[in-house]
Design a binder for this molecule. Structure first.
Ligand code: CA
Ligand code: CA
Length: 194
C-alpha cells in the first residue's frame, strides 16, 4: 500500500513541475518594447487592477494594459484572443458615455476601438465606467462587477526597461581601453643605447 501512494505523490509532483514549466511567459511587442500577459479568471475590475499592479516581470511593475494605437490593440487581440479587463476607466461624474475616459497610467487617451453601439453606459447592472476588451479587439464599457459576464480575466502590461548592463560593460571596456592607451603613451620611452 505504501509504495503505490509514494508513486502517486511522485507522479503528481512531476505533473505540477511540468505545469509550472509550461506556463506561458508574458509576450513581447517590439512596437512598444513592453511585455503583455492575459491572466485568466474572473474578478472585479478593481481586484484585477490591484493584482496587475502587484505583479512584476523582469523588474517592471505591471498595470492593466493600456492601448495607445491600433498596432498595440491588434497585438493584444491576435496574441491572446480573449476577453477581459484593460486599464480603462471613466470619470463617473461625466454623463456622456463616450467622454471622460482615461488610462490607469495617465498616458493620453488618444485612441479608441469601441464595439458597435458602445460605449452605451448600460446601467442595468450599474454605471459602466470600466473598459472591457473583447477577443475580437473591440471594446465595451462595463460595470465594475459584471459577475463573470464575459470577463475571462485581465490584460497586464509590463513596461520593461532594457537592461543597461551590456551598455555599461561596453562603456567600462572603452574607458579601460582609453586609460591603457593613455598610460602607454605617457610612459617615458626607454632610452635607446647609442
Ligand atoms: Ca500600453
Ligand atoms: Ca456597454
Amino acid at each position: 500500500m505504501f509504495y503505490p501512494t509514494m508513486k502517486i505523490i511522485r507522479l503528481l509532483s512531476c505533473f505540477v513541475a511540468i505545469t509550472t514549466i509550461t506556463q506561458a511567459a508574458p509576450m513581447y511587442f517590439p512596437n512598444t518594447g513592453h511585455y503583455y500577459d492575459f491572466v485568466t479568471g474572473f474578478q472585479t475590475w478593481s481586484s484585477a487592477n490591484i493584482a496587475a499592479t502587484a505583479s512584476s516581470y523582469l523588474g517592471a511593475t505591471g498595470h492593466l494594459a493600456t492601448i495607445a494605437d491600433a498596432s498595440e490593440n491588434a497585438f493584444l487581440a491576435t496574441t491572446f484572443a480573449d476577453t477581459g479587463w484593460i486599464g480603462l476607466v471613466k470619470d463617473p461624474a461625466v454623463s456622456v458615455p463616450s467622454s471622460g475616459w482615461s488610462w490607469v497610467t495617465g498616458e493620453p487617451f488618444a485612441y479608441a476601438n469601441w464595439n458597435d453601439g458602445e460605449p452605451n453606459n448600460n446601467t442595468v447592472q450599474g454605471p459602466e465606467n470600466r473598459g472591457e476588451f473583447y477577443s475580437s479587439g473591440t471594446w465595451n464599457d462595463l460595470n465594475e462587477n459584471p459577475a463573470g459576464n464575459g470577463i475571462n480575466g485581465y490584460f497586464v502590461e509590463y513596461e520593461v526597461v532594457p537592461e543597461p548592463a551590456s551598455l555599461s560593460l561596453l562603456g567600462i571596456g572603452l574607458i579601460t581601453l582609453a586609460w591603457r592607451r593613455r598610460n602607454r603613451f605617457a610612459q617615458p620611452r626607454p632610452t635607446r643605447l647609442q
